[in-house]
Ligand binder design. Structure first.
Ligand SMILES: *[C@@H]1O[C@H](CO)[C@@H](O)[C@H](O)[C@H]1NC(C)=O
Ligand SMILES: *[C@@H]1O[C@H](CO)[C@@H](O)[C@H](O)[C@H]1NC(C)=O
Ligand SMILES: *[C@@H]1O[C@H](CO)[C@@H](O)[C@H](O)[C@H]1NC(C)=O
Length: 195
């Protein structure tokens, strides 16, 4: 016994090595090859200098198929004086021979109230930097702008870059969209001020 151990990796050691190799081959998941169809690709183009295509999701609603595209430095058609707020676009797949896309206006172009201790700054907010869609039929779409800022405390030279998101229903009716501000702590701040 002791002699076996001293001899080190003999035929038995080789057998163990082979077994480990076999386990590695069986246990490690292999990559799966797939082909990208470049021949019949659908090409959609957006306005220049908007980072159109920074984020993309495929979307369907009933029989309609859409490509939803983020362009985080786009200007708004509905209010050109907001500085590069970013936007998302919808591009219909099928029945769209000219491959046109339409800008979706999330949030009021005039501005929205955002809380008791909140004043929004939408300039350079990078709306459309991320896009995601709930799985399944008629899932809603969420897009965010991580550089949205609360400038309520500007008098104390603080801008709070908490970011913001919008959730839009599957029918892409932007007037039914809801703003999400998970990092805004308006009620906590208001409480501290009162006490
Ligand atoms: C999804 O939307 C389509 C079109 O509005 C509607 O006909 C269908 O019932 C919806 N499905 C679900 C599961 O809500
Ligand atoms: C596609 O573009 C051409 C040329 O600009 C135009 O004549 C045609 O009406 C457009 N088609 C659609 C469905 O918009
Ligand atoms: C456009 O946005 C700016 C900045 O938020 C705002 O001051 C202005 O009133 C808006 N203009 C219109 C026409 O909504």
């Amino acid at each position: 016994m002791a002699e076996d151990a001293r001899r080190g990796p003999g035929p038995r050691g080789a057998a163990v090595r082979e077994a480990v190799m076999l386990l590695l081959c069986l246990g490690v998941p292999a990559g799966r090859p797939y082909n990208v169809d470049t021949g019949s690709a659908l090409l959609y183009q957006g306005p220049r200098d908007t980072l159109f295509g920074y984020s993309v999701v495929l979307h369907s609603h009933g029989p309609e198929r859409w490509l939803v595209v983020g362009a985080p430095t786009a200007d708004w058609l509905a209010n050109a004086s907001v500085v590069h707020p970013g936007a998302i676009y919808r591009c219909q797949i099928g029945k769209n021979p000219n491959r046109t896309c339409q800008q979706l206006q999330l949030g009021s172009p005039h501005g929205d109230p955002c809380g008791k201790t909140c004043l929004e700054e939408r300039d350079n907010q990078w709306l459309g930097v991320t896009l995601s869609r709930q799985p399944g039929e008629n899932g809603s779409i969420v897009t965010c702008g991580h550089r949205w800022k609360n400038v309520f405390y500007m008098k104390t030279e603080n801008k709070l870059p908490t970011g913001g998101c919008y959730r839009m229903p599957s029918n892409l009716r932007t007037e039914l969209s809801k703003r999400l501000a998970p990092c805004y702590q308006g009620s906590i701040t208001a409480h501290r001020v009162r006490t």
